[in-house]
Design a protein around this ligand. Structure first.
Ligand code: AKG
Ligand code: FE2
Length: 199
């Protein structure tokens, strides 16, 4: 079976959206370069949230880059984007070519080990618009990534490999939640870049 016959991987979701896993798109001899550069050059900050009126600071680190110094609000905290670094621009262009989508911003996550993850959510903020496309590029430790339908009893998961690209599009954020489960098995860091379009 030729999964790539149309130049695009098959949709992993059975309905209500599209999730395309492109596998490893970064050359093996560039993986350590990017992990190192992103670890050192990105302006990592502990994420902040206000949940039920409580101010929470996560162990996971985040950063937010874009075409302009956008203000971006999620989890009730407003963040300000920084301007693209040279490495981020190269990665953005590669991801744009493969996904056929233009992105103007990127949210980066640094998980130090499997003790850090991301809870069930959908990226359905108003600033992203409806049927938004999100391209997720992963470096470092392999981690499981899971989807759960909001109303139907359907779920699925996959492993996001070092240097791999996952694209979520169509109605995915309207109908599905996703998460990065914590795991005691992973002791190495992972960096994830989610390219987005602020409308
Ligand atoms: O780390 C990941 O793979 C996913 C991150 C994510 O879902 C998000 O930033 O919205
Ligand atoms: Fe997300």
């Amino acid at each position: 079976m030729d999964l790539f016959s149309r130049g695009e991987p098959l949709n992993l979701l059975p309905y209500d959206g599209e999730v395309l896993y492109y596998g490893k798109i970064i050359a093996a001899d560039r993986l350590n370069y990017y992990l190192q550069r992103l670890s050192e050059d990105i302006s990592w900050k502990n994420d902040e949230a206000v949940i039920f009126g409580k101010h929470i600071i996560t162990k996971r680190k985040v950063a937010w880059y874009g075409d302009a110094e956008y203000a971006y609000t999620y989890s009730n905290v407003t963040k300000q984007a920084l301007l693209w670094t040279a490495d981020l621009l190269v990665l953005k262009q590669l991801v744009e070519e493969l996904s056929g989508t233009r992105f103007n911003s990127c949210l980066l996550n640094l998980y130090h080990d499997g003790d850090e993850g991301m809870a069930w959510h959908s990226d359905d903020e108003k600033s992203l618009g409806k049927n938004t496309t999100i391209a997720s590029l992963s470096f470092g430790a392999e981690r499981k990534f899971a989807f759960k339908h909001k109303t139907a009893k359907q779920s699925l998961s996959l492993v996001l490999e070092n240097g791999s690209l996952l694209v979520m599009k169509g109605a995915t954020q309207t109908h599905w939640l996703h998460r990065l489960p914590k795991t005691a098995k992973v002791t190495r860091p992972r960096i994830n870049l989610t390219f987005r379009t602020i409308v």
